[in-house]
Design a protein around this ligand. Structure first.
Ligand SMILES: Nc1ncnc2c1ncn2[C@@H]1O[C@H](COP(=O)(O)OP(=O)(O)OP(=O)(O)O)[C@@H](O)[C@H]1O
Ligand SMILES: [Mg+2]
Length: 242
């Protein structure tokens, strides 16, 4: 089974430290939400996990198929090869390439290339809209469609752990709901372990098993189950406006 955890992770940009001793765990098969309002370090944590930002101290450990891997020091490509895929904030598609070309770029690593045909078939089954729009330029798809494409592209690397950075940004309430539902469906279908950064507590908690709240780069609250999250004063004040 596949899990990931950070231990006392510190990271930042240049001399500015953003993350302070962040310890968080996503156990095998769980969906964990990382809540945090703008600028509190969600993306920095995700980028550090993916090897895009180097931590100054602490550990990141992934267990994949029963083997532990220390991610600190590995390149992003190596991390993706292990089976950890990122759906980045703002989708980061190639707007002037077609839907299919964007999907193929999700499978550019040698390990993923071997399963390319099967994965492409799976993606088109899971996202019929993308199948209809194979040759449409990604930049001309609607925001909701682009988020589906970003999710599908991440699946092209045959991940075991999916890391999603704020999937709801810029989407209408209906598409936020659909996107969150889709993440839950993909998780079941591919038996994924999921870490998702979100600010939309109400939507995220529908599919999350547990969650963390990050404030100024520190874990300010950790709820072991949805009920504990709903009861948290921090969440009630900042995410539910109560
Ligand atoms: N490349 C960078 N160089 C310097 N500072 C950065 C860089 N990227 C982010 N920061 C700073 O790090 C802090 C945390 O930013 P981060 O993007 O991790 O927050 P976030 O929780 O993802 O916010 P949002 O919800 O707006 O996406 C912010 O103060 C931000 O200005
Ligand atoms: Mg962010």
């Amino acid at each position: 089974m596949n899990s990931i955890r950070t231990e006392k992770l510190c990271a930042g940009y240049g001399s500015v430290r953003i993350l302070h001793n962040v310890s968080l765990e996503v156990a095998a098969g769980e969906t964990v939400v990382l809540l945090g309002t703008n600028g509190n370090g969600k993306s920095t944590l995700i980028k550090t996990i993916m090897g895009i930002v180097s931590p100054s101290s602490g550990r990141i450990v992934a267990e994949i198929d029963g083997r532990e891997h220390d991610l600190v020091g590995m390149t992003t490509e190596e991390i993706v090869d292990l089976g950890i895929a990122l759906v980045p904030e703002g989708r980061r598609l190639f707007p002037r390439l077609t839907v299919e070309e964007n999907l193929l770029l999700g499978a550019y690593r040698p390990t993923a290339r071997k399963r390319l045909k099967d994965n492409l078939t799976y993606c088109y089954e899971a996202f019929p809209r993308l199948n209809e729009r194979r040759t449409q330029l990604a930049g001309t798809m609607s925001g909701g469609e682009q988020q589906m494409l970003a999710l599908a592209r991440a699946l092209m690397s045959s991940p075991k752990i999916l890391v999603v950075d704020e999937p709801s940004v810029g989407l209408s309430p209906l598409f936020v709901r659909r996107t969150i539902d889709m993440i839950a469906q993909l998780k079941d279908r591919y038996e994924l372990t999921v870490l998702m950064a979100e600010q939309n507590f109400t939507q995220a908690i529908r599919i999350a098993d547990k969650g963390y709240v990050i404030v100024h780069g520190e874990i300010a609250f950790h709820g072991e189950n949805p009920e504990a999250m709903h009861r948290s004063d921090l969440i009630r004040q900042h995410y539910l406006g109560l």
